[in-house]
Design a binder for this molecule. Structure first.
Ligand SMILES: N[C@@H](CCC(=O)N[C@@H](CS)C(=O)NCC(=O)O)C(=O)O
Length: 207
């Protein structure tokens, strides 16, 4: 059975929602980030980056990077319909948006939450944070524009990328401000949040 190492409010939310959507059985191991458990010697053996989440697969191998977990689960459980068909029109936007979210928006969220990590001068933190907000608003506008007249991130069908989008939308503080500026993001996020499998993962993550 797979084991998801998770923490409330962490990126494990997307992996857990994807796991729930597949219907696969899995165990959970809660990591207390506030207590520094993610930097413990035991956890570093699981994820050498000292970050949450990590996913232990059935055969004991462990993977890190949430977007990779989501892609893996979508491909391993095709019947869950988390990934568009490889030869259909939605596959390219599915990859594009997942990588944009994980590779561009998520790192900007990190600059917002941990600004002191992005300069050698502690006095720069407020500026780093302010720039992160400017960048996040620009990135989300790109997502919002793309969602105009579109049902889901990849096109006409729900996919794992909607789960990822929902998670990151709630990392924007305050989320209501993002939703007011980006009504298409709000619309797709809300219907994604209403899915029972997603709802369950969000509740466990304190959402
Ligand atoms: N790119 C990684 C990022 C994981 C990550 O940054 N996790 C955060 C929680 S959302 C964490 O463990 N933070 C603790 C820290 O940075 O000390 C992923 O998506 O899995």
């Amino acid at each position: 059975m797979m084991t998801l190492y998770w923490s409330p409010r962490a990126a494990s939310e997307a992996a857990m929602a994807a796991l729930n959507e597949t219907g696969a059985e899995y165990r959970t191991e809660k990591i207390n980030v506030a207590a520094g458990e993610h930097k413990s010697a035991d956890y570093l053996k699981i994820n050498p980056n000292g970050l949450v989440p990590a996913l232990e697969l059935d055969d004991g191998r462990v993977m890190f990077e949430t977007a990779a977990m989501v892609l893996y689960l979508a491909e391993r459980y095709p019947e869950a319909g988390l990934a568009p068909s490889p030869d259909g029109a939605q596959r390219a936007p599915y990859y594009q948006w997942l990588l944009f979210l994980a590779g561009t928006i998520q790192p900007a969220c990190k600059r917002y939450y941990w600004p002191h990590r992005f300069s050698t001068d502690a006095g720069d933190a407020e500026k780093v944070k302010a720039k992160a907000v400017v960048d996040l608003l620009a990135h989300w506008k790109i997502v919002d524009d793309a969602l105009k007249g579109r049902d889901w991130m990849a096109g006409e069908d729900f996919s794992a990328v909607d789960i990822y989008m929902l998670m990151l939308a709630h990392w924007f503080i305050p989320t209501d401000d993002l939703f007011a500026r980006c009504p298409n993001v709000a619309r797709v996020a809300e219907k994604t949040a209403a899915r029972p499998a997603v709802k369950k993962a969000r509740e466990m993550h304190g959402r």
